[in-house]
Design a protein around this ligand. Structure first.
Ligand SMILES: [Zn+2]
Length: 261
């Protein structure tokens, strides 16, 4: 039986690039189809009806027609516009990082419904003012869903018990490493007892619960750096949006010190 010419999808727009005078190619991460590119015709014209429903960060219900090379959006309807994410620079930077990680870690038309649910939850939590911990929850969840979960319940090398102390987190070894195993861990970064607890807690709770934790700025930053190192190791390069988020974070810190207008 031939595949139907039109199909429905629900997805989050990851990015958009221009095509010709008025069209765009959008990369969408969808619930049922995974990541795909499709063309939005005339979407850059002011009177386009689909325009507002196909912005990056927007979660939409989509109708698509199969094309010879790329499929074409025929209808789009917003489920969630994530308005706060557009108005709050720090929140939008965190959300864009989440989108970029999905884009870089996933292949075309590879359905990953659990990762989709995790992304939707992270965007909701960030939109509700959840702050950076919502993004950390997403990053850790993404690593574990894609098979890169670090071993954090015991030593990644000898499986021995980890005492409650500053512990080495080694991407090469695949997780936390006990003191005697450190010489063969292949590098990493020492993480505090609090960050070890945060890493463990993130696995057990949803984004909303994790985002509601009160972590101090130093701990939040340490957690960010620890997960960023794991992400970098598995991605083999620094995501672009991450550098943007770090830039925004630096601006915020300057503003907090009154050194930024
Ligand atoms: Zn060990």
């Amino acid at each position: 039986m031939p595949r139907p010419r039109v199909y429905r999808a629900e997805g989050v727009v990851l990015r958009r690039r221009n095509l010709g005078e008025a069209d765009s190619i959008l990369t969408v991460f969808s619930l049922g189809e995974g990541k795909f590119d499709a063309i939005a015709r005339g979407v850059r014209k002011a009177r386009s009806r689909m325009r507002g429903h196909l912005e990056p960060l927007t979660r939409s219900r989509l109708l698509l027609a199969r094309g010879r090379t790329l499929d074409v959006f025929t209808q789009a309807e917003t489920i969630s516009a994530h308005r706060r994410l557009r108005e709050d620079l720090a929140a939008s930077a965190e959300a864009l990082c989440c989108l970029e990680l999905v884009d870089r870690f996933t292949g075309e038309r590879e359905p990953l419904p659990e990762l989709y649910a995790l992304l939707v939850a992270a965007l909701e939590a960030l939109d509700a003012g959840g702050g950076p911990l919502a993004a950390r929850h997403f990053e850790q969840g993404l690593l574990s869903l894609l098979g890169y979960e670090p071993r954090i319940d015991a030593c990644a090398l000898c499986e021995g018990r980890l005492p409650e102390e500053e512990t080495l987190l080694s991407p090469t070894a695949g997780g936390l490493v006990c003191r005697p195993c450190r010489p063969r861990a292949g590098g990493g970064r020492a993480v505090s007892v609090t960050v070890v607890k945060l890493l463990r807690f993130a696995r057990r709770v949803d984004a909303e619960t994790f985002a509601a934790l009160r972590a101090g700025p130093a701990e939040a930053e340490e957690l960010r750096a620890a997960i960023a190192e794991l992400v970098r190791y598995h991605l083999d390069r620094e995501p672009n949006a991450r550098r943007f988020a770090e830039g925004v974070g630096a601006l915020d810190r300057l503003a907090a010190r009154g050194r930024f207008p």
